[in-house]
Design a protein around this ligand. Structure first.
Ligand SMILES: *[C@@H]1O[C@H](CO)[C@@H](O)[C@H](O)[C@H]1NC(C)=O
Ligand SMILES: *[C@@H]1O[C@H](CO)[C@@H](O)[C@H](O)[C@H]1NC(C)=O
Ligand SMILES: *[C@@H]1O[C@H](CO)[C@@H](O)[C@H](O)[C@H]1NC(C)=O
Length: 307
């Protein structure tokens, strides 16, 4: 009986001491849980829940008008949801497969083979540029951020806004598209709003050429331009801005009229102007070097004759 009591008391003391030790240790244990988890993750690659693939991109560059694909690679997603949020206005775009914005250009889909939830943005606009957040519905939530850069190609028709040519001459209108990551699928030309077609290649010819890694040149050639070819010519590459010029085909008018249209405040004195403009008019039909010579000869001759 005595022995049993002694053993019991010893056990009780040991027990209390043990509990005391345990209780004293408890706060430290709780504090280090995070670290332990961290170490487990670091050293054994074990994750208890979802995690982002560290190789997931954070920067996507897309051209205006094309489709953008923002990937979010989440491993061990389990039954958690993946949402895409636009940072600019904190608008929830998608939750899993469901689109939560009244803009059907936004859509998210899962490629199971790569555990990737991708946000697709169709026909990207300049204002789509900015940060997007891929959020996993863990507690607390996990987020991965991707920046979308939208490249806006420049479209211009070479030369002045008004182009003056003589009837019968050959006109080349060159539409140059720069900073384009992708070649436009097509370039349409319009003449006063009507599509220009090149069925008769001896009259009108349309060509598109890729020159360099980010430049495309569309050329509209008009052979033997006539008055009816005058008007507003617009170059419209697919999904991009357009550019326009006004073509003036002059029929037997005094070449001075051509020049006056372009630059009415001519600094050239009247006495010089007649012969010079005749020279300039003639030069329109000649090669540049010959033309320059012609202008000079006629100009000087005119000066001598009229002085
Ligand atoms: C993202 O990509 C664009 C275009 O390639 C680049 O100009 C920009 O510096 C990049 N930003 C970051 C943060 O890497
Ligand atoms: C997700 O799965 C866990 C167990 O795997 C379950 O306890 C939990 O209720 C599930 N959550 C939802 C939202 O289905
Ligand atoms: C030419 O046409 C385009 C497209 O219709 C229009 O945007 C542009 O203002 C016009 N340009 C001129 C000078 O009329």
């Amino acid at each position: 009986m005595m022995l049993a009591n002694v053993i019991f008391i010893f056990m009780w003391i040991f027990h209390s001491w043990d509990v005391g030790v345990l209780c004293a240790d408890l706060p430290e244990t709780v504090l280090s849980t995070e670290q332990i988890h961290h170490h487990i993750k670091r050293f054994s690659g074990l994750y208890t829940g979802p995690y982002f693939d560290p190789a997931t991109t954070t920067n996507i560059t897309t051209q205006l008008g094309t489709h953008a694909y923002l990937p979010c690679k989440v491993k061990q997603l389990g039954n958690k949801s993946v949402s895409w949020i636009r940072r600019r206005d904190a608008h929830i775009l998608t939750v899993d497969r469901y689109t939560f914005i009244a803009d059907d250009r936004f859509q998210a889909f899962l490629v199971e083979a790569t555990d990737t939830w991708t946000l697709q943005i169709k026909y990207v606009q300049a204002r789509d540029g900015g940060q997007y957040e891929c959020q996993v519905s863990t507690e607390p939530k996990m987020s991965h951020f991707i920046t979308l850069n939208v490249v806006v190609p420049k479209v211009e028709i070479l030369g002045e806004a008004d182009i003056y040519v003589k009837a019968g001459s050959t006109v080349h209108l060159k539409c140059v598209i720069t900073q384009s990551l992708e070649e436009p699928a097509y370039i349409f030309w319009y003449h006063d709003g009507a599509r220009v077609l090149d069925y008769v290649r001896t009259e009108i010819d349309i060509k598109t050429e890729r020159v360099g890694s980010d430049t495309t040149v569309g050329t509209l050639t008009i052979y033997e331009a006539q008055r009816k070819n005058s008007g507003n010519f617009t170059c419209q590459p697919s999904n991009l801005d357009s550019a326009s010029v006004l073509l003036h085909v002059l029929n037997g008018e005094h070449p001075a009229a051509m020049q006056r249209g372009k630059n009415s405040a001519s600094p050239i004195p009247g006495r010089w102007w007649g012969p010079l403009s005749a020279g300039l008019g003639l030069s329109a039909c000649l090669r540049p070097r010959t033309a320059a010579a012609a202008v000079l000869v006629i100009g000087i001759a005119g000066h001598i004759l009229f002085t």
